[in-house]
Design a protein around this ligand. Structure first.
Ligand code: M6R
Length: 614
């Protein structure tokens, strides 16, 4: 959940490093730092608490001509956000510098051991031990061999890491390694690059090396990138892939913030995902890499995910059970990893992860694979760990999602889950080809329906006023809309810092209704559905207690219109598809509430886009 970048080559390193950090800032933004290396090996460090902009301001004072450097933007795990805890971290001699993304689980033992041998630590982080271990190895068994020192140092580590480091004794060289945290590299005529993810490299190259689990890479100013296994055996054919989106996809492009841009991009994202997906025999998902026999035999599904992606899973369960008739269990990955699992010989695990790097979700996939289940990943990030480690992958192709709050990936993942469900349903004969075609045609209407909701953003802007003096809010819905309510509450919490609780509408009377008092905002998701009338009763119950109700309802629903203080209108949609359409209003609502409260909608406090620690 930190971002790291490195460059060594012909050009001054600082501009790329700062720009790379800005691009990766969504991964963490409580402190930032940069280490530059001169051809003589002398190291210059600038780091501070705060965002990349604060670091960039400090760097203006530098006459930075160095052509080698590493940099970091941090999301604190060990040690509070502070200047001292900001990366890079150095060894005692100040001749080794390290940036790290991940967690070193055995750092306390290592610190104790190193302190006993006379090392002094300047920070409270787990990461600093890496610099001291490299220092010892360089002075001892590695005898000045930088790559060997990194190999020996990392062999002492437990946990997860993506590391880039410099040694004054090997000017111009950057050593990188990874285990459990992502790192991509690029070799270009201008030099060699390293970054936590491809967004930072998109304007330098379209061809990327994906550093493998446990591997080490050496980057040289000539642009050469050599990859080794952890024991320094050369890797003849490193894993490479092409970046399929251009750098402008990760820029604001005239929008005030990335969240606004990504909300607006949802129709195109879904259109892209659906292109070419309906074939003669049903849904085309060639990329799944499972045989027809394996697919047809699936008799149980576990869906495992975190956060917003977990909400996708809750709705996907309905699709898998209704269409494919396969019993489905949906679990939060962080809980699932410590629970008993009941697999059959034909269990499928579906992991859903925008980033493809969420540590808990990856751990769940590994647990399921170890239990003999096949794993399919629904993910947005090409070449991510989830994509590489799974037996099959379904890319949602939403394009880079930069805002921490997930929006376009959510709706694209919902559609991807629906495609997968139809694919499984056809493979096991649970539904007819004509039904698959009908559902697909309905899916194709999603972009047009979302565009209508987008054109009604003013309704959300007006409804946001209901939250002006609120301290808390309740979100209610039934059936698939109860998950839409959950997702709406999560969006509101994470970007506006307003407490929000989502509840199945019918359960409200068993406790949460006690919260309701005059003026208390209650969002009721009540589109046309088989449970609409029941939800209307719940709307009346909160009205009776003086709530300010914000009702998400279908065009022309006069009954709801008469009951609600504010209306968020959606066009008529099939019930199964309504979550894809309705959530867009709740994304817009959350954004307007957050803006009115003066919050940074793209980079909410305490959060990071991809949670690569357990
Ligand atoms: O990359 P993932 O989909 O695995 O991320 C899972 C969650 O961390 C993520 O959905 C988080 O809840 C978002 N910030 C929600 O907007």
């Amino acid at each position: 959940m930190c971002g790291i970048v490195g460059y060594t080559g012909k050009n001054p390193a600082l501009p790329f490093l700062l720009e790379g950090l800005r691009t990766l800032e969504y991964r963490g933004y409580d402190s930032a730092g940069v280490e530059l290396e001169a051809p003589s090996g002398s190291l210059t460090e600038v780091k501070c608490k705060g965002r990349v902009a604060a670091l960039a301001a400090l760097c203006e004072k530098l006459d930075a001509t160095q052509t080698t450097g590493i940099a970091h933007t941090r999301w604190a795990t060990h040690g509070e956000p502070s200047d001292a805890n900001a990366h890079p971290h150095r060894d005692c001699s100040g001749r080794v510098a390290v940036v790290h993304n991940g967690i070193i689980e055995n750092f306390q033992e290592l610190v104790a051991e190193l302190e006993e041998r006379g090392h002094h630590f300047a920070s409270e982080t787990d990461s600093e031990v890496i610099a001291h271990l490299i220092e010892e190895a360089l002075a001892g068994p590695a005898e000045g061999d930088f790559a060997l020192a990194v190999s020996l140092a990392t062999s002492r580590l437990e946990g997860s890491w993506a590391i880039a480091c410099l040694s004054a004794a090997s000017p111009g060289e950057i050593l990188c390694c990874r285990k459990g945290s992502p790192l991509v590299l690029a070799s270009t005529p201008d030099g060699a690059y390293a970054a936590s993810d491809v967004t930072a490299l998109a304007h330098t190259t379209s061809h990327v090396v994906n550093l493998g689990e446990g591997q080490i890479a050496r980057l040289l100013p000539t642009g050469e990138v050599s990859v080794f296994e952890g024991d320094l055996t050369p890797v003849a054919e490193p894993d490479t892939f092409d970046i399929d989106w251009d750098a402008s996809a990760a820029t604001l492009g005239g929008y005030p913030d990335f969240m606004a841009k990504e909300i607006a991009e949802q129709p195109e994202a879904i259109e892209r995902l659906l292109e070419g997906r309906l074939g003669q025999d049903g849904i085309v998902l060639d990329e799944l890499r499972l045989s027809p026999e394996e697919v047809a035999a699936i008799d149980r599904i576990y869906v495992v995910a975190c956060g917003t992606s977990w909400h996708v899973g809750l709705i996907a369960k309905t699709y898998f059970e209704t269409w494919a008739r396969i019993p489905t269990t949906v679990e939060c990955a962080s809980e699932f990893n410590y629970e008993e699992i009941l697999t059959t010989d034909h269990t499928l695990c579906v992991i859903i992860t925008q980033s493809g790097e969420t540590a808990d979700t990856l751990a769940s996939a590994r647990k399921m694979q170890a239990a003999g289940a096949k794993v399919i990943a629904i993910t947005n990030v090409l070449g991510s760990s989830a994509a590489r480690e799974s037996d099959g992958v379904l890319y949602v192709q939403a394009g880079p999602e930069i805002a921490v709050a997930s929006t376009k990936a959510y709706t694209a993942q919902l559609v991807a889950a629906a495609l997968l469900a139809l694919f499984l349903a056809r493979a096991n004969g649970a539904i007819s080809l004509s039904e698959v075609r009908s559902r697909f045609r309905e899916m194709q209407r999603a972009p047009e329906l979302i565009r209508i909701v987008l054109s009604r953003a003013w309704q959300d802007e007006v409804a946001a006023q209901a939250f002006a003096s609120a301290h808390s809010a309740l979100f209610l819905g039934r059936g698939v809309s109860s998950t839409t309510a959950r997702e709406g509450a999560l969006k509101l919490k994470e970007i506006s810092y307003l407490h929000a609780e989502a509840y199945p509408a019918g359960e409200m009377k068993h406790g949460p209704i006690a919260l309701v008092e005059p003026g208390y905002p209650v969002v009721v998701v009540v589109p046309e559905s088989h449970v609409r009338d029941k939800t209307i009763s719940n709307l009346q119950e909160v009205n009776a207690r003086g709530a300010t109700t914000i009702a998400l309802a279908t065009n022309g629903d006069v009954r709801v219109a008469q009951l609600a203080s504010h209306l968020l209108l959606v066009p008529p949609a099939p019930e199964w598809l309504s979550p894809v359409v309705d959530v867009v209003h709740l994304q817009l609502l959350a954004r307007y509430v957050a803006l009115a409260r003066g919050c940074d909608v793209d980079k909410p406090r305490n959060l990071a886009k991809s949670v690569t620690v357990e």
